[in-house]
Design a protein around this ligand. Structure first.
Ligand code: MRU
Length: 363
């Protein structure tokens, strides 16, 4: 996608022989566009944990590049080769909910079994990570195309009137290598001249909707309105939402879906008001080892300070502002699980369906 007219992905390699990794540092968006260079696996661990980058797809790609960096560190003598498995474990443990991380790291490490030199392994890890990044962008583009037909049908039903779509958190291109999942169909619809308008949930506590989704939509010229998290139910009752599209961080085989905290409440409101509720995600977000999601998907708990403080621009500077008594205990769960029964369909790179088995069979 473009930032100030220049095409970017969210993660890429420097132009050198044994390249380092660069990312858009999302901590400063929408106020500052900053690129961070990541030169070691430790730095990648920190970048994922502290959310310099985030979003299920991008976390996976970053983990894959993290494995490459661990081998690169070993090749440069900065890490003992014997400690590479421990480094990979550290990467795996950075964020617990999004399954794409494990999927991507396993994809890279499965190519590294065998007796070849450290140099060769570094190259194999680099090629595998690069491939995962390219595939991620390709999958998101395909999600966009399948989702576009749903928006197109809704637009026809409304005789070309504006299609109002509500989304939660950020499942745009910043959450992947490119295009995004929930926002990808919206971008394609907008480019095709279909009238769309997006209700953007602010998404407390970290405000990915207000800070990232709003920024993305503004960059692409897509009409949108920022709303407080509690507004969606009322909008649905008032007939102002035609569909909801969210992303996903992990989908169990029965369709139960973990996504950013608050998604479940939107799904309940959508169901109560007969509003279609779609989950858009690449099939790498499906956990084929998990039968049901409710009670089984690990839910990340983060520091209470993310609830007690709000970050933003204050008098031209980025600042954290305390909004509660400093000593008030706060619970900060990052995700919730929406039961499959509340989900109208899954939009993946392989098509749209309710039954996930179809995607397992389809190549
Ligand atoms: O905690 P984050 O920002 O990494 O959460 C991930 C998300 O952006 C959302 O849950 C999103 O809707 C999933 S789509 C990648």
């Amino acid at each position: 996608m473009k930032v100030n007219g220049i095409s970017y992905r969210t993660i890429w390699l420097t132009e050198q022989n044994s390249p380092a990794v660069q990312i858009i540092d999302q901590r400063f968006l929408p106020h500052k566009f900053e690129v961070e260079t990541i030169s070691s696996y430790c730095q990648m661990v920190q970048a994922i944990k502290e959310m310099h980058l985030r979003g299920a797809g991008l976390i996976g790609v970053a983990g894959a590049f993290g494995v490459y960096l661990a081998y690169r560190d070993a090749l440069a003598g900065k890490l003992s080769e014997a400690l590479i498995p421990q480094a990979i474990n550290e990467l795996l443990e950075t964020r617990p909910t999004a399954v794409n991380l494990k999927w991507a790291i396993d994809s890279v490490t499965s190519k590294l079994k065998g007796d070849f030199t450290l140099e060769k392994k570094t190259q194999v890890a680099l090629d595998a990570a690069r491939q995962i990044a390219d595939d991620d962008a390709r999958r998101c583009r395909a999600i966009g195309e399948y989702g576009l037909s749903i928006i197109e049908t809704m637009s026809q039903k409304k005789n070309g009137d504006v299609v109002n779509i509500l989304t939660h958190c950020n499942a745009g291109w910043l959450a992947f290598t490119d295009y995004g999942s929930a926002l990808s169909p919206i971008y394609l619809a907008h480019q095709k001249g279909i009238k769309v308008h997006v209700w953007v949930d602010e998404t407390r506590p970290r405000n990915q909707g207000a800070m990232l989704t709003a920024w993305e939509l503004l960059n692409e010229g897509v009409p949108h309105t920022l709303i407080a998290d509690n507004t969606g139910g009322h909008l649905m009752q008032s007939g102002l939402v035609d569909m909801v599209i969210t992303g996903a961080d992990r989908i169990a085989m029965n369709g139960d879906t973990a996504n950013k905290i608050g998604t479940y409440l939107k799904a309940l409101a959508a169901s109560d008001n007969g509003v279609p509720f779609y989950v858009a995600a690449p099939t790498s977000t499906i956990d084929w080892n998990l039968d049901v999601g409710l009670g089984k998907i690990p839910i990340e708990e983060r520091t209470g300070d993310e609830v007690r403080y709000v970050s933003g621009l204050y008098q031209g500077h980025l600042a954290d502002v305390l909004i509660s008594p400093a000593e008030t205990p706060a619970l900060n769960l990052g995700f919730d699980v929406t039961p499959a029964r509340l989900i109208t369909g899954f939009i993946t790179e392989k098509g749209v369906a309710r039954d996930l088995e179809i995607f397992r069979m389809k190549q």
